[in-house]
Design a binder for this molecule. Structure first.
Ligand code: HEM
Length: 422
C-alpha cells in the first residue's frame, strides 16, 4: 500500500524503509532477524510505506511517546490497517448495540471515565484471589496431557488457561466458555492484520455476538450479583449511575477479555519456547523455581507477546530529531525497545538473571499502562512452575517450523510441540 493510500506522507529528514513490511512472511517468521539489520540504517524513527506508519524503534523515543498523551493520542490503537468492508461495518454497528471505543483507544477525559472504575474493580485483591483458580486450572489442563510423550503446549495450556481465567474473573458461567472462546478466536486479524473481505464479515459477526453476550451478562449480574468483577463494576455503577453506565461496563468487559487473552497465550508460549530453546535454561528453572519471575520478565523484554502498539500525533512534534506533522501515525516497536543497547546491556542475549529486565516497555507506560500486567505475569509464572514440577525433562520437539498469526501486535507460536522426556 502506498503512503498516499493510507493518508500518511513522508517528511523531510526522516529515513524511509521501502522494504519494511511487518506482515511479510519473512518478518512474521523472524522479526528479530529483520531488526538485526536495523531498518532505516539504524534510525530511531523511520517511515514504512508498506503500512503508512512511522516506526519508532528506540527505547527512549517509545518512552517519550507513552509519556506525552497530549501530543500522542491513543485513537489509532485499534484502527484497522486495511479498510473494513461495508458489510462487516454494518454487522459491527448492527444488533441495536452501538459499540463504544475501548478504553485502550480513548484519550482523556473519556479514557479515565472507564479506566478508573475498571482499575478499582481489577484490584490486586481480586487478582491475588485468582491464584488458586489459576493453579487449579493449570493442573487440570496438564492432567489431560500428563503421560503423553509429545503435546502442543499452546492447545493444551497457553490458549485455554488465560481464556478460562479471564472468563471466570468476569463471572461467565463455565458452560458458556466454549462458545465464547469460539467467538474470540482470531479477532486480532480485524484491526491488526490484512484480512480478506469474507474473513472480515466472519470476525465482525463473532464480535457482534460476543458484545451482545456481554451486555446480557451485565443485565443478568444486575439482577443476580455474585463474587466477580462484573458484579464489582455494577456495585460501582449503583454508587453513581451517571458516572458508569451499564453499556460502559459491557465495554470494559470487552476490553478486559480481549486484552487478557491472546496477550497471555503469547507470553506463555514465548516464555516456554525461550526456556526450552537452550536445555540448560530449563535445567536451571527446574532446580531453582525462584528464577521463574525473572525469566518471565526477561521474555517480555526479549520476545514480547505485544511487540507493537500504536499512537497518532495530535500536533506537530519532534521525535528523535525528526519533525513529524499532526496526524502522523506511529508504530511503536516495543520489541525493538527491549533490544536497544542504549537501554539494556547485551540486549540480544536472553539472560534470566538480568536485574533490570522489568524496565521493558512490553506493557506500555503512563496513563494506559496495562491493567492486567500482574495477572498476565502471574498466569505465566504459575504455568511455567507447574510445567517444571511435572516435566523436568521437557524439551522442544525437534525439527518444528514455528508459525505466527499474521498480525502486527500479537505474537506467540501458534503451535509449540514439546516432548516430556529427552
Ligand atoms: C500478559 C501479557 C500482556 C501484555 C504483553 C499486555 C500488553 C499491553 C499493552 C502494550 C497495552 C497498551 C499500553 C499503552 O497503550 O500504553 C495494554 C493495555 C491494556 N491491557 Fe494488557 N497486556 C497483557 C495482559 C493483559 C491482561 C491479562 C489483561 C486483563 C485481563 C490486560 C488488560 C489490559 C487493558 C484493559 C488495557 C487498556 C488499559 C488502558 O487503556 O488504560 N492485559 N496491555
Amino acid at each position: 500500500m502506498s503512503p498516499s493510500m493510507t493518508g500518511a506522507a513522508e517528511v523531510p529528514g526522516c529515513p524511509v524503509d521501502e522494504s519494511f513490511d511487518p506482515l511479510s512472511a519473512e518478518f512474521l517468521a523472524d522479526p528479530y532477524a529483520v531488526m538485526a539489520r536495523r531498518p532505516g540504517g539504524g534510525a530511531p524513527v523511520f517511515f514504512a510505506p508498506s503500512i503508512g506508519y512511522y516506526v519508532v524503534a528506540s527505547y527512549e523515543a517509545v518512552q517519550q511517546v507513552f509519556r506525552d498523551p497530549a501530543a500522542y493520542s491513543a485513537a489509532v490503537a485499534q484502527a484497522p490497517l486495511v479498510p473494513i468492508v461495508p458489510e462487516a461495518q454494518r454487522i459491527l454497528l448492527g444488533g441495536g448495540y452501538k459499540p463504544q471505543p475501548s478504553m485502550v483507544s480513548l484519550d482523556e477525559p473519556e479514557h479515565a471515565r472507564l479506566r478508573k472504575p475498571a482499575a478499582r474493580a481489577f484490584s490486586m485483591k481480586r487478582v491475588t484471589a485468582m491464584i488458586p483458580a489459576i493453579e487449579a486450572t493449570t493442573a487440570r489442563l496438564l492432567d489431560a496431557v500428563d503421560g503423553s510423550e509429545e503435546f502442543d503446549l499452546v492447545a493444551a495450556l497457553a490458549f485455554p488457561l488465560p481464556a478460562n481465567i479471564v472468563f471466570s474473573l468476569m463471572g461467565v458461567p463455565a458452560g458458556d466458555f466454549a462458545q465464547l472462546k469460539q467467538w474470540c478466536g482470531y479477532r486480532a486479524a480485524l484491526a491488526w492484520g490484512r484480512p480478506a473481505p469474507e474473513d472480515q464479515v466472519e470476525i465482525a459477526t463473532s464480535m457482534a455476538a460476543y458484545r451482545k453476550y456481554l451486555r446480557d451478562l451485565v443485565d443478568a449480574k444486575t439482577s443476580a450479583p455474585a463474587d466477580d468483577l462484573t458484579s464489582d463494576l455494577i456495585a460501582i455503577h449503583r454508587e453513581a449511575p451517571e458516572r458508569l453506565t451499564l453499556d460502559e461496563i459491557a465495554s470494559i468487559l470487552f476490553s478486559l477479555s480481549f486484552a487478557g487473552h491472546e496477550t497471555t497465550t503469547g507470553l506463555i508460549g514465548n516464555t516456554v519456547r525461550r526456556l526450552l530453546e537452550d536445555p540448560g535454561r530449563w535445567t536451571e528453572i527446574v532446580a531453582r523455581p525462584d528464577l521463574i519471575p525473572g525469566a518471565v520478565d526477561e521474555t517480555l523484554r526479549y520476545d514480547p507477546s505485544v511487540p507493537v502498539w500504536r499512537r497518532v500525533t495530535t500536533r506537530p512534534v519532534t521525535l528523535a530529531g525528526v519533525d513529524l506533522p499532526a496526524g502522523a501515525r506511529l508504530f511503536l516497536w516495543l520489541a525493538a525497545a527491549g533490544r536497544d543497547e542504549e537501554a539494556f546491556d547485551r540486549p540480544a542475549e536472553f539472560d534470566m538473571g538480568r536485574t533490570d529486565a522489568d524496565h521493558h516497555l512490553a506493557f506500555g507506560k503512563g496513563l494506559h499502562y496495562c491493567l492486567g500486567a500482574n495477572l498476565g505475569k502471574l498466569e505465566a509464572q504459575i504455568a511455567v512452575a507447574e510445567l517444571a514440577r511435572r516435566f523436568p525433562g521437557l524439551r522442544l520437539a525437534p525439527d518444528q517450523q514455528l508459525t505466527f498469526h499474521p498480525n502486527i501486535s500479537f505474537r506467540g507460536p501458534q503451535v509449540l510441540l514439546v516432548r516430556t522426556s529427552p
